[in-house]
Design a protein. Structure first.
Length: 308
């Protein structure tokens, strides 16, 4: 398949790009700065642009079999979030349908679900609690609800949604990236420099690595599924305290201590049900081996002066 990928050089996207290329698909990757990623350019065609460059996007999607939308638009208030992310998504899905693209995968977030309940599953109503979650939930609604035009004609393109949780990545090549969140790096810096590691008691999540989540994108784009939503997280809850403990195990000369702030959170975590991707595609990730390797990579980085 010929697949157009937005955000294909980012935290999740870089591994999605590699997964598609390694599976024999032709990947065309939209990036704001393609010149920064020469290693990925050997695996896919990198093109320069932004998700609001609608004229360029219309040209890029022509002749493609699938579109995988990972890029994120941002803003500081409701209208700019709407324009830069949701409107960009709606424009992309409409131009993909008009270009006879067969499949469209939208990258949402667990933030679309918002308010935490005892066990979070795909069938639950979205109750977003911030603008980011609202943007993702609104985009999901357009992707899944785009079944027909009101002036006649059904939509033939298969449309599906992936909701990643906390996705981390050890860069596949030195010129690639890691997640923007700095908590892994902050823990590594504290451990290497013998500083206290300050965390919130019981804080954590079901971490998943970018190379793991890329397997779900590949399975989904190669399937005939339509109008499905998939939660994409690891199946094991890991606390930030456990991550700090692993960092101390891997750097045994450290004199750092873990200091936990008790905010009254319960010891029993609220969980996301990831059974759907296992039932449909046989995918289940505990992420523990990859998680340890990512911690070790951050510890090595913390010993390099001036590292990003």
């Amino acid at each position: 398949m010929k697949i157009f990928i937005t955000g294909g050089t980012g935290n999740i996207g870089q591994y999605v790009t590699l997964a598609m290329a390694e599976a024999g698909h032709e990947a065309i990757v939209l990036s704001r700065s393609p010149e920064k990623y020469p290693s990925l350019a050997k695996k896919a065609a990198l093109v320069k642009g932004n998700i609001t460059d609608y004229g360029l996007l219309a040209d890029y999607v022509k002749g493609c079999d699938a579109v995988i939308h990972i890029a994120l638009g941002w803003g500081k208030e409701p209208v700019s979030m709407l324009v830069n992310d949701t409107a960009a998504t709606v424009n992309l899905i409409e131009m993909a349908e008009k270009a006879s693209v067969k499949k469209f995968i939208y990258t949402s977030s667990t933030a679309a679900m918002g308010q935490m309940r005892n066990v979070m599953a795909e069938s639950m109503a979205n109750l977003p609690i911030d603008l980011y979650g609202s943007t993702k939930a609104a985009s999901e609604a357009f992707v899944l609800g785009f079944r027909k035009y009101y002036d006649g004609g059904d939509v033939s393109m298969k449309r599906n949604v992936i909701r990643p949780g906390y996705t981390y990545s050890t860069p596949p090549y030195p010129d690639c990236v890691t997640q923007p969140d700095s908590r892994f790096r902050d823990i590594a810096d504290a451990v290497v420099n013998n500083k206290p590691v300050k965390l919130t008691k019981y804080d954590g999540t079901q971490f998943i690595s970018a190379d793991e989540i890329a397997q779900l994108y590949l399975k989904l784009v190669e399937s005939d599924r339509n109008e499905e939503v998939y939660l994409a997280l690891g199946n094991m809850f890991t606390s930030w305290e456990q991550i700090a403990q692993i960092a101390l195990e891997e750097y045994p000369t450290s004199k750092s201590e873990i200091i936990l702030e008790d905010l009254g959170w319960g010891a029993e975590p609220m969980r996301f049900d990831v059974g759907k991707m296992e039932r449909d595609f046989g995918l289940s990730f505990d992420s523990q081996k990859n998680l340890r390797e990512h911690i070790k990579w951050n510890l090595v980085g913390a010993t390099v002066p001036g590292r990003p």
